[in-house]
Design a protein around this ligand. Structure first.
Ligand code: TRP
Length: 325
C-alpha cells in the first residue's frame, strides 16, 4: 500500500470556538483524519501577530486545543506550534528565498493591517512565510482550509518551488483541500464570523450564551412586520437553516416566504437546534481539564518534532549550512 498523504492545518487561538471555526475547518479535519496522515496545529506564534494579552492568550490556546478535541479531532494529531520551535528556524531560512514582492502582494496582509493600523508589525508582514514553514516543515502534501487562505497556500507552493529550484528538490508542493461548507457569516449577516468582530455563535459555549448570540442575529431587513413575506434567500438565519436542518430547511423557508413564521421564532428554533446539535461537544469539552489538554499538546508536539527535526536538518544541509557545531 502506498504511504498515506500528509496534511497539515492550523487555527489561531483567538477566543472561543465558533461556527466558522467548526464548519470552515475543524469538521473537515475530522473527516480527513483517518484517510490522511494529519498534523493539526494550534498556531500560537501566528496568534501573536495581533498582540494578545499574555493572561488571556494562555487561556485561549488551551481552550482552542480543548475545543478541537471536543469536536472530534483525534488527540494524537494535535500540537502546539511554539512547542515545535524548528518551525522558527525553517521560517528564517525561508525568508532568504522569499522575494519581498510576494509578501507585499498577499491580500490578507493588507486586510490585517487595516484591522490593526497601530500595530503593523513584521510578524504580520511575514505571516505567510511562517505559514509556509508550518506546512513544509512536515512536508505536507495538502492543506485543508477555507477560501480565505488561498493566497497563503499558494505562497507555500511558490516557496517550495523556489527552494527546490535553488537548492535541489526537498519539498512537495502542497495542494489546497477545499472545505465543502460555504462561508459562515457572523451574526451581523455581513462579515465573516470572527471573534474580533464580536459576531460569533459559539459551539461548545453554554446554551444560554448560544441562545443570546443566535437571537442577536440580523435577519431579513426588508421584512418589517411579521405579516410580510420574508426573503429566505438573502437571510443569514435561513442560510444557517440549510446547515442545521439539511433535510427540512425547505419547509422552514416556505413558512418564512408565506409569512407563517416570524424572524424571532425562526431564530428560537435555530438556537435550540444548535444547542442540541452541539450537546455532545459541550459535554466532551467539560470533561477535559487544562492539565489533560497540556498533556495532549505535549505528546502531539513531540510527534511533530520528530518529523520537523529531520526536515530542518535536510534544509540546512541543502543550503550549505554546517550542522549545529
Ligand atoms: N492562517 C490560518 C488562519 O488564519 C492559520 C494557520 C497558521 C494555518 N498556519 C497554518 C492554516 C498552516 C493552514 C496551514 O486560519
Amino acid at each position: 500500500m502506498a504511504p498515506r498523504k500528509r496534511i497539515l492545518s492550523g487555527m489561531r487561538p483567538t477566543g472561543r470556538f465558533h461556527l466558522g471555526n467548526y464548519f470552515g475547518a475543524a469538521k473537515n479535519w475530522v473527516e480527513l483524519q483517518d484517510e490522511y496522515e494529519c498534523y493539526y496545529m494550534v498556531a500560537d506564534y501566528h496568534g501573536l501577530t495581533s498582540q494578545p494579552h499574555a493572561d488571556s492568550f494562555e487561556r485561549d490556546l488551551i481552550d482552542l486545543a480543548a475545543d478541537m478535541v471536543a469536536v472530534g479531532v483525534r488527540r494524537d494529531l494535535i500540537y502546539l506550534q511554539s512547542s515545535v520551535p524548528e518551525v522558527a528556524e525553517l521560517f528564517l531560512l525561508f525568508t532568504m528565498v522569499t522575494p519581498y514582492g510576494w509578501v507585499q502582494r498577499v491580500p490578507t496582509f493588507k486586510e490585517m493591517a487595516r484591522q490593526q493600523p497601530d500595530n503593523v508589525n513584521m510578524g504580520l508582514f511575514s505571516y505567510p512565510v511562517l505559514q509556509a514553514a508550518d506546512i513544509l516543515l512536515v512536508k505536507g502534501d495538502a492543506v485543508p482550509v477555507g477560501g480565505d487562505q488561498d493566497a497563503h497556500i499558494e505562497m507555500a507552493r511558490e516557496t517550495a518551488r523556489r527552494f527546490n529550484r535553488v537548492y535541489g528538490k526537498l519539498f512537495p508542493e502542497p495542494a489546497t483541500l477545499r472545505t465543502s461548507t460555504p462561508k459562515i457569516l457572523g451574526t451581523d449577516g455581513k462579515q465573516k464570523m470572527s471573534k474580533s468582530l464580536g459576531n460569533i455563535v459559539g459551539v461548545t459555549a453554554e446554551p444560554e450564551v448560544i441562545r443570546k448570540q443566535v437571537l442577536s442575529m440580523v435577519t431579513d431587513t426588508k421584512r418589517v412586520y411579521k405579516s410580510q413575506p420574508g426573503h429566505p434567500k438573502s437571510c443569514n438565519v435561513d442560510s444557517l437553516y440549510k446547515v442545521f436542518f439539511p433535510d427540512d430547511w425547505e419547509h422552514y423557508w416556505e413558512l418564512c416566504r408565506k409569512a407563517e413564521m416570524g424572524c424571532l421564532e425562526k431564530k428560537q428554533i435555530l438556537a435550540e437546534r444548535i444547542v442540541e446539535t452541539f450537546a455532545p461537544f459541550r459535554e466532551a469539552r467539560a470533561e477535559l481539564s487544562d492539565e489533560a489538554v497540556k498533556g495532549i499538546l505535549a505528546r502531539g508536539s513531540e510527534r511533530a518534532r520528530e518529523v520537523a527535526g529531520g526536515t530542518v536538518t535536510e534544509a540546512r544541509q541543502a543550503i550549505g549550512l554546517l550542522p549545529p557545531l
